[in-house]
Design a protein around this ligand. Structure first.
Ligand SMILES: Cc1ncc(COP(=O)(O)O)c(C=O)c1O
Length: 366
């Protein structure tokens, strides 16, 4: 048997005709920039995120970049974030000239440890950027407490966690802004790159809208230096087809997770910890094992896909060496990077496939 980490062709087979019709509609209209599909998707994503406003962007990366730029964060400013994330979180902070300031993670959830944030706040701190990793939201209440105390913006990097909840509140709706990614491997993935920013702040919404179009308002009159951060209407059309399936897909991932949890319960594998305050959308199912690298080789032999998210924490990346961090600075993030492994969790996994994955992993450990 062969089980890839993710099989997008299995999902596509179930919605192919609808996708082709929606994409064709955009092509026939030749509204190839902006237009009604983008506006409709923005309205619907705002609604499912319990937010008033949404601004489509060209990627999740550009959602973060636009947020930082629209919040007027730049040279000399500091943004507190986690070292255990995808590169884009930190890359965006650096690209706008600001300095990322890291704090370690909670080893159970892999999300930023809120207890460590206040001690790194300085007069240069402008924002906190929690990342809702693998589908589970960060512990937002204490993060918001620090943010409110020091008047800091909160940018939720919710790229992996659309519709996920914390104490019943949706990802993206608690901070100043929330950023989503529609990268194809996300629970709601496009047929290419795409992203969105959600917010309840009307003034910020207006700024985000202007900024995504080179800061022009009106056309050819530039108040700010923005960029081309626009969401492609072909992506919006495909995403509108997929959106009604999102909850069922996330539910199927939760069922798959529950299956693995049970299978691994009596083993030494550390299964994902989901806080009782959160509902995860399981963008990834990440286990921890001490013999991780041997397990990867074994899974490869058995035709089972897996991936390390993420092998090198951000403070140890070559390009961020100038920040002056060293090995040992964030022991929980460093330990996680050595032990984590994502295994197949996608909704279309069959019972036989799940069983094969679980049995293979358990047999490796025996
Ligand atoms: C945590 C996180 N932040 C940001 C991004 C960037 O999103 P995109 O790939 O759409 O630019 C991603 C996704 O790849 C991500 O997982």
């Amino acid at each position: 048997m062969k089980v890839p980490l993710l099989d997008l062709t299995a999902q596509y087979a179930t919605i192919k005709n609808d996708i082709l019709a929606a994409v064709s509609e955009v092509l026939e209209s030749q509204r190839c920039i902006g237009g009604p599909k983008v506006a409709e998707l923005e309205k619907k994503i705002a609604a499912i995120s319990d937010c008033k406003f949404a601004v489509g962007t060209s990627s999740g990366t550009d959602a973060i970049l636009n947020s930082l730029m629209s919040l007027d964060i730049g040279a000399g400013d500091e943004v507190i974030t986690t070292p255990f994330t995808f590169f884009a979180t930190v890359g965006c902070i650096v690209r706008i000239g600001a300095k990322p300031v890291f704090v370690d993670i909670d080893p159970r959830t892999y999300n930023i440890n809120p207890d460590l944030i206040e001690q790194v706040v300085t007069e240069k701190t402008k924002a906190i950027m929690p990342v809702h990793l693998f589908g589970q939201m960060a512990d937002m209440d204490p993060i918001m407490e620090v943010a409110n105390k020091y008047n800091l913006a909160v940018i939720e990097d919710a790229a992996q966690s659309i519709t996920s909840t914390y104490k019943g509140r949706k990802a993206g709706s608690i901070g100043t802004v929330g950023c989503f990614s529609f990268f194809p491997s996300k629970n709601l993935g496009g047929v290419g790159d795409g992203g969105m920013v959600v917010t309840n702040d009307e003034q910020l919404y207006n700024r985000l809208t202007i900024m995504r179009n080179h800061g022009a308002h009106p056309k050819y009159y530039h108040k700010f230096v923005g960029g081309n951060f626009r969401l492609d209407p072909i992506q919006a059309a495909a995403l509108l087809v997929k959106l009604p399936h999102l909850d069922a897909w996330s539910e199927a991932r939760r069922r798959n997770a529950a299956f693995y949890d049970e299978k691994f319960a009596s083993s030494t594998i550390m299964t994902p910890y989901i806080s009782p305050e959160c509902v995860s959308i399981y963008n990834q199912y990440v286990i921890r094992v001490s013999k991780r690298d041997q397990l990867i080789a074994y899974l490869k032999e058995k035709n089972i896909g897996c991936e390390i998210y993420y092998p090198v924490p951000m403070h140890l990346q070559d390009c961020f060496r100038y920040l002056g961090y060293k090995e040992g600075d964030f022991p929980q993030a460093e330990k996680a990077a050595k032990e984590v492994l994502a295994i197949p969790i996608y909704p279309e996994l069959t019972d036989e496939m799940k069983d094969y994955v679980a049995e293979t992993i358990v047999s490796f450990l025996d």
